[in-house]
Design a binder for this molecule. Structure first.
Ligand SMILES: Cc1cc2nc3c(=O)[nH]c(=O)nc-3n(C[C@H](O)[C@H](O)[C@H](O)COP(=O)(O)OP(=O)(O)OC[C@H]3O[C@@H](n4cnc5c(N)ncnc54)[C@H](O)[C@@H]3O)c2cc1C
Length: 281
């Protein structure tokens, strides 16, 4: 058994970090503990972030909302601010693992794990999330697309943590998330897509932000597709042309769950599902 530190405040946490070289940080432990069990990592001790109140919860700051890094997927999913302003994120969180994993796993853990299949990530990209990074006596803000550097690689220095995520309240008529997995429960995404779209009363696309998961080393976005959609009607012909562009934009690989060509095909097809999304009026 390794010693586990359970700080209640950030001050206690910084002290534990400086007194315990090599200590491993965790929140829900749903990514870290399987690695410990497999012997993929063997830190001398562990420190848990989940009791630190500052890092938990959802807070309204007027035109912005702060999501604490140690807030669980379940808590975020059931929060009225998240459901009202960021349905694309709520829809994605509802697909993470199983109820048990959603009750344990946190937003910060999903971001720092930086898996290409991390379900919270495509919504955070389309919502232009900004990550609040804190160190002892320091704080900086980094857009999610810059914070995630590659699979498992993020812009965190030793001694820094993800304190939370800032999202702007922007009204979109369509908030869409879809995940294709091998089964309904506990499935890792084979391909996922998040989209937020503004439509005119006549059904013309005024702005579109799109992001795909599991079809590249990190989340894939495409400014050319977003520019193509702008000013066009939301109809099958538009989406079919955008789907062809999406199949070119993604960079999937073959793995045990699916082939690259299947992923490429599905990444385009998911765009067509936007036709079925109920629009907010
Ligand atoms: C059975 C199973 C099914 C799963 N299904 C899915 C799924 O469908 N979709 C999906 O996206 N993921 C899934 N996961 C992965 C995992 O549950 C999520 O990525 C979860 O969000 C991780 O959060 P956590 O708090 O448990 O992370 P932890 O295991 O606590 O931490 C993961 C990593 O992040 C670091 N970390 C955690 N919080 C912070 C922070 N605030 N600041 C700095 N570093 C931090 C830790 O040091 C560690 O390196 C699954 C995992 C399991 C075991």
């Amino acid at each position: 058994m390794k010693p586990v530190h359970l700080p209640f405040t950030l001050d206690e946490f910084w002290e534990i970090l400086s007194d315990n070289p090599g200590v491993a940080i965790y929140a829900g432990g749903t990514d870290l503990f399987p690695k410990l069990r497999k012997g993929m990592t063997s830190p001398p001790s562990l420190v848990c972030l989940e009791r630190i109140g500052e890092l938990r919860g959802v807070r309204d700051h007027g035109d912005k909302v702060f999501l604490g890094g140690c807030t669980t997927h379940s808590a975020l999913f059931s929060d009225p601010l998240v459901r009202d302003h960021f349905p694309v994120l709520a829809k994605a969180l509802a697909t993470v693992g199983s109820p048990h994993i959603r009750n344990m796993g946190t937003l910060g853990g999903n971001i720092v794990t930086a898996s290409p299949a991390g379900d919270a990530l495509p919504p955070l990209y389309v919502l232009r999330a900004v990550i609040e990074v804190r160190g002892k006596g320091s704080m900086r803000s980094v857009p999610v697309s810059q914070f995630i550097k590659g699979p498992g690689k993020v812009d965190l220095s030793p001694g820094e943590i993800v304190a939370g995520v800032w999202l702007e309240k922007e009204p979109y008529r369509i908030h869409h998330f879809e995940k294709i997995g091998q089964r309904n429960a506990l499935a890792i995404a084979i391909v996922s897509m998040a989209a937020v779209i503004n439509l005119s009363r006549k059904g013309m696309i005024e702005s579109a932000r799109l992001a795909w998961g599991s079809v590249g080393p990190t989340v894939v976005t495409s400014e050319p597709i977003e520019a193509f959609l702008k000013g066009r009607p939301l109809e099958v012909a538009t989406l079919s042309r955008a789907a062809a562009m999406a199949r070119e934009a993604v960079a999937p690989i073959d793995d045990v769950r699916a082939t690259a060509s299947y992923r490429r095909e599905v990444a385009g097809n998911l765009l067509l599902r936007l036709m079925n999304d109920p629009h907010e009026d």
